[in-house]
Write a protein that binds this ligand. Structure first.
Ligand SMILES: *Cc1c(COP(=O)(O)O)cnc(C)c1O
Length: 402
């Protein structure tokens, strides 16, 4: 029995079968590359689902972990710690929001937004509690966040669900207006839907939703867990549209691969008071020191600006693939989050074929492949990924993967 079979078998024996995994056991990473047990090298255009923002094992991230883990890792929120306060200030200063709460994941961050909406509605809008959400949205896997999500498959096994979510099509302002009633407390949206297929709304969508929320007197909550912290070529995706949310959730890229989440709110809706929210691990000194290091590095190196430039390069290359391959029907994305839409439901097979050629990508829909490399990816690495996808597409067009 080889080592690889061993780990895969053990996983099957002991781990809940919730993840559909590729038969690859990864043991090492550096920059945009990862290596498996057999020493095979892969270009990583999944990047831990958009989380490994500075590339694998970035020296600054490793340094922060080494430094802080020797000083102080975790204290609980009964006390002040310096990394937490430093990161809180940097996040508020760079986002224009006023108050922050730290947690450990994206779903927890969105839960925070939902609690803000509920309490704000109770206090400031006559008991309003409904939250308008979008079809094809993804907000995490807790009971409330799967209820908020667009995917019926994620919800159906867990009924009865959390009350008070109203679903409308994404990129449809009239639908939001029509769904707004005296019971509406907030609209919750991703600025660009990641897991739902990399769906980019029209340029005037968020500005119009913002204007409507102001007119109706309801909150605009943005889930920037995937789009935030540099991914789209701005520090936060809503900055493309010249608007600000009342509150937003972030996570993935903030930790550079280390788990951390946060939600931020403007003062007027920062309604959670003493004892109304809490966490044991959230905001621990180690995660906050890492988050602070990642954010400072991003701002100091204008990573969002670089992402915008590299994104244009990537976009051109993806369009040239689409020009050569009729199987590609659409290229969509922004910054360094892109999807290729295919004319047939073979994204999962293509993901497997790409991995065999040394490229990690993933299938966000049966017909769509997603690319979310580290924000530090180079043009040469983009070229490498494009070459592999080019070959794999040619094979599929020639009548099959083998
Ligand atoms: C990944 C994601 C989440 C959930 O984050 P977890 O860390 O997996 O809980 C929520 N919202 C969006 C938009 C995401 O992409």
């Amino acid at each position: 029995m080889t080592e690889r079979e061993n780990w895969i078998e053990l996983e099957k024996q002991y781990f809940l079968p919730t993840s559909k995994r590729l038969p690859i056991t990864l043991v090492r990473g550096e920059g945009t590359r990862v290596w498996d047990l057999d020493g095979r090298e892969y270009l990583d255009f999944v990047a831990g689902i958009a989380a490994v923002s500075l590339g694998h094992c970035h020296p600054e991230v490793v340094g922060a972990i080494e430094r802080q883990s020797r000083e102080l890792m975790h204290t609980s929120n009964y006390y002040y710690t310096i990394p937490q306060v430093k990161l809180a200030k940097l996040l508020c200063d760079s986002s224009g929001l006023d108050k922050v709460f730290f947690c450990n994941s994206g779903a927890e961050a969105v839960e925070g937004l939902l609690k803000i909406a509920r309490k704000w509605g109770k206090e400031k809008r006559d008991g309003a509690f409904e939250i308008i959400v979008a079809e094809d949205a993804f907000h995490g896997r807790t009971l409330a966040t799967v209820t908020a999500a667009g995917n019926e498959k994620y919800r159906a096994p867990f009924t009865p669900l959390v009350e008070g979510f109203v679903r409308v099509p994404f990129n449809d302002v009239p639908a939001i207006k029509k769904a707004t009633t005296g019971k509406t407390a907030a609209v919750l949206l991703e600025p660009l839907q990641g897991e739902g297929g990399v769906n980019v709304p029209d340029d005037d969508y968020l500005p119009q939703v913002r204007a409507w929320c102001d007119e109706a007197g309801i909150l605009l909550l943005l889930d920037e867990v995937q789009t935030g912290v540099g991914r789209t070529g701005k520090l936060f995706a809503h900055q493309h549209y010249g608007i600000e949310p009342d509150a937003m959730a972030i996570a993935k890229a903030l930790g550079g691969g280390f788990p951390i989440g946060a939600f931020l709110a403007k003062d007027h809706c920062a309604v959670l008071g003493p004892g109304e929210h809490g966490t044991t691990f959230g905001g621990n000194a180690l995660a906050c020191e890492v988050g602070h290091t990642v954010l400072k590095y991003m701002l100091g190196h204008d990573l969002p600006g670089q992402v915008a430039k590299k994104g244009e390069y990537f976009e051109r290359k993806l369009h040239s693939l689409a020009d050569r391959h009729p199987m590609v029907t659409e290229v969509r994305g922004k910054g360094l989050i892109w999807a290729l839409e295919l004319d047939r439901p073979v994204a999962e097979e293509m993901m497997g074929a790409c991995s065999e050629e040394g490229l990690l990508v993933n299938n966000v829909k049966p017909t769509a492949l997603r690319f979310i490399p580290p924000l530090t990816v180079s043009e040469e690495e983009i070229d490498g990924a494009i070459e592999i996808v080019d070959r794999v597409l040619a094979r599929f067009e020639a009548g099959g993967p083998k």
